[in-house]
Design a binder for this molecule. Sequence first.
Ligand SMILES: CC(C)=CCC/C(C)=C/CC/C(C)=C/CC/C(C)=C/COP(=O)(O)OP(=O)(O)O
Ligand SMILES: O=P(O)(O)OC[C@@H](O)CO
Ligand SMILES: [Mg+2]
Length: 232
Amino acid sequence: MSNPWDDWDHVLKVDPDKDLCDGETFEDVCRTGTDAIEIGGTLDVTAEKMTRVIDAAAEYDVPLYQEPSNPGVVIDSPALEGYLIPTVFNAGGPFWITGAHKEWVRIDDLDWDRTHTEAYIVMNPDASVAELTNANCDLTADDVEAYAKVAERMFGQEIVYLEYSGTFGDTEKVAAAHDALDDATLFYGGGIHDYESANTMAAHSDVIVVGDLLHDEGVDAVRETVRGAKDA
Ligand SMILES: CC(C)=CCC/C(C)=C/CC/C(C)=C/CC/C(C)=C/COP(=O)(O)OP(=O)(O)O
Ligand SMILES: O=P(O)(O)OC[C@@H](O)CO
Ligand SMILES: [Mg+2]
């Protein structure tokens, strides 16, 4: 079965808790050339902030996906192409693997056709997502490779997400995850800040995710990372 992300090279992650750079609009954000926008962040995300971003980006062509960090911020909106739901394979306990998901399914009527999962492997111990989920980030390339295989082969995950949020990752570990996968798509995220860093990680993964750069440097810098991803 084919999935939209099979054709993606670049995803822009918009954090609803962070501002855009001065003078930039969501129209600019949607015109960076990115293949899709993921809306989400770990800390201080509310349903209201989520809705504000979804509404502001709704009228442009780029596909919008929500990446909720908990069931309370999931927005039911026709503007969304779908929901990318993290599950953290190396979390310190079951809540962020299946617990939050169980609570969500218990309280909400899910639109299963638009609901997809991402098998996160969290790699930066200083990132909020690592602290929140108490992730064990002390992983060798072999560990990463094994997690990627478990995700694809045992848990049928179609997206494996190597998450270095806030820092540039180890290309050897990214390559190990990539080599481990046959059909699943490898997302890489963390520390991409220019053409070169985008080009490097795009060569070792299937899709690169750019986050903080949008909020720190703005859309021109993001456009350079799109170019780096597409050239790889
Ligand atoms: C079941 C539902 C609907 C949700 C649970 C989903 C899970 C398991 C979330 C845990 C992992 C998580 C919080 C993912 C959010 C996406 C993410 C990693 C965003 C990047 O966050 P950071 O860059 O670490 O955080 P800030 O930028 O907010 O500091
Ligand atoms: O913010 P950065 O470091 O670009 O990371 C992107 C994304 O993987 C965060 O979830
Ligand atoms: Mg972040």
